[in-house]
Design a protein around this ligand. Structure first.
Ligand code: DTR
Ligand code: ZN
Ligand code: ZN
Ligand code: CA
Length: 433
């Protein structure tokens, strides 16, 4: 029987937060660092069936301030406690009603580097909210249970969250982020949000916020041969917004709501063009039958892959090289050209002595001006032109103090030929961290 500890937190503004923490002994089994397991979609659907039953037994919904919401929280919490998680109920009030966030920590991992996944557990009052957002909640729950089944021993600490009162304006997730100290926010290396991931006429949308998080999802879908689009419905529309506003890198997946699927989207994803991704969005028909099993299956497996990848990845060893060997012609006495290199997996800022290896083939190197451009657009001059330097080629390593720049992102080598005659091309270039 887990020990229950009541920790009353001081009232914080309009939201009084009280923490209930249940600590259970994690299951013991062989540790795993392998690739993510395939998550059985039947398990996810079983959670959706439970959430449907809960709504049916509680006035037809699971909305904030209604009995169906707390029943949903109790269901998810019981599964996590039994699996060995340390769960915490964070209480808040909104609109005169009590709400709860459910936070679950997987024991272990570096708590200075947290990977977090979350979804809102509340529905609108109009219906049971099985796609919005039972789908995200069930997928995150089953992923967390898979972590326990596999007894994953991640490098980074894993935390999961189920938010209350999202439908009233991201109330629960805002309460959670506001309750964190600046230091604790800085310990979250990434927050992954899943709100509507099994729409009956599904699309495959990836949040285009943090490039490294986006890449994990896009690479997984690409390997499965599933086309994706970036999620463009607006940053503020789900629980990743409070994290993003607090400077936490965010990512996530979305299968579409009330917007209409276009003909080209139906071409790539199937389904029905000219029809909403989810015709039952915020309606009473958002029930267990309002789910596309294939989208639920794919997105849940993508979530598991992201959790395994992001929490077990260790920082690349020093001396990690990011290189572009594609030839880029430099127009004679013309406009500058650029060659990109995308850096990922490097936490924090770039080094004060960033090595920039350059290999440009040219018959009069004095024509050339060469810059390193950081992901935020800042240019660092590597080489100026000089009228009397007639030697061939620029093959050199420059050292740049890039400590003011975030390491991850797309860096560019910018080259311009400023004098007529003599021509050349970028043969390759690289960054060494
Ligand atoms: N606001 C969410 C549904 C939603 C609409 N657009 C997006 C974009 C990204 C995530 C979620 C959504 C809700 O009704 O819960
Ligand atoms: Zn909604
Ligand atoms: Zn939602
Ligand atoms: Ca020239």
């Amino acid at each position: 029987m887990p020990a229950i500890r009541l920790v009353a937190a001081g009232a914080a503004g309009a939201l009084a937060a009280a923490l209930l923490t249940a600590t259970a002994t994690p299951v013991s089994a062989r540790p795993s660092l392998a690739a993510a397991p395939d998550i059985p979609v039947a398990n996810v659907k079983a959670h959706l069936s439970q959430l449907q039953s809960i709504a049916t037994a509680n006035g037809g919904n699971r909305a904030h301030g209604r009995t169906g919401y707390r029943a949903s929280v109790d269901y998810v919490k019981a599964k996590l406690d039994a699996a060995g998680y340390t769960t915490t109920l964070q209480q808040f009030t909104s609109g005169g009603a009590t709400g709860w966030n459910l936070i679950a920590d997987w024991p272990g991992g570096d708590t200075n580097h947290v990977i977090m996944a979350g979804s809102h557990l509340d529905s609108v009052t109009a219906g049971p909210g099985i796609n919005d957002n039972g789908s995200g909640s069930a997928a995150v729950l089953e992923t967390a249970l898979a972590v326990a089944r596999e007894n994953l021993q991640p490098t980074k600490h894993l935390r999961f969250g189920w938010w209350g009162a999202e439908e009233l304006g991201l109330i629960g997730s805002k309460a959670y982020v506001n309750s964190l100290s600046t230091a604790d926010r800085g310990r979250i290396d990434g927050y992954l949000n899943f709100d509507m991931i099994a729409s009956p006429n599904p699309g495959y949308f990836v949040y285009d916020d943090d490039t490294a998080l986006e890449k994990v999802f896009k690479d997984w879908f690409a390997a499965k041969g599933i086309a994706t689009e970036i999620e463009t419905e607006g940053d503020g529309r789900s629980d990743h917004a409070p994290f993003k506003n607090a400077g936490v890198p965010v990512g996530g997946l979305f299968s579409g709501a009330d917007y209409i699927k276009t003909a080209s989207q139906a071409q790539k994803w199937g389904g029905t063009s000219g029809q909403a991704f989810d015709r039952c969005y915020h309606s009473s028909c958002d029930t267990s039958s309002n789910i596309n099993d294939t989208a639920l299956d794919n997105n849940t497996d993508a979530i598991a892959n992201a959790i395994w990848t992001l929490s077990t990845a260790t920082a690349p060893p020093p001396g990690t090289v990011f290189e572009n060997t594609a030839d880029v012609t430099v127009p004679d006495a013309g406009a500058a050209v650029e060659s990109p290199v995308t850096v990922s997996g490097i936490s924090g800022n770039a080094p004060a002595a960033l090595a920039v290896g350059v290999d440009i083939r040219h018959t009069w190197r004095g024509d050339l001006v060469v810059d390193l451009v950081a992901p935020d657009g800042t240019a660092y001059r590597l080489k100026n032109s000089s009228s009397n330097d007639s030697a061939d080629n620029v093959i050199a390593t420059y050292t740049v103090n890039a400590s003011a720049e975030i390491a991850n992102g797309t860096w560019k080598l910018r080259v311009r030929d400023v004098a007529a005659q003599d021509t050349g091309y970028i043969n390759s270039w690289k960054l060494t961290f």
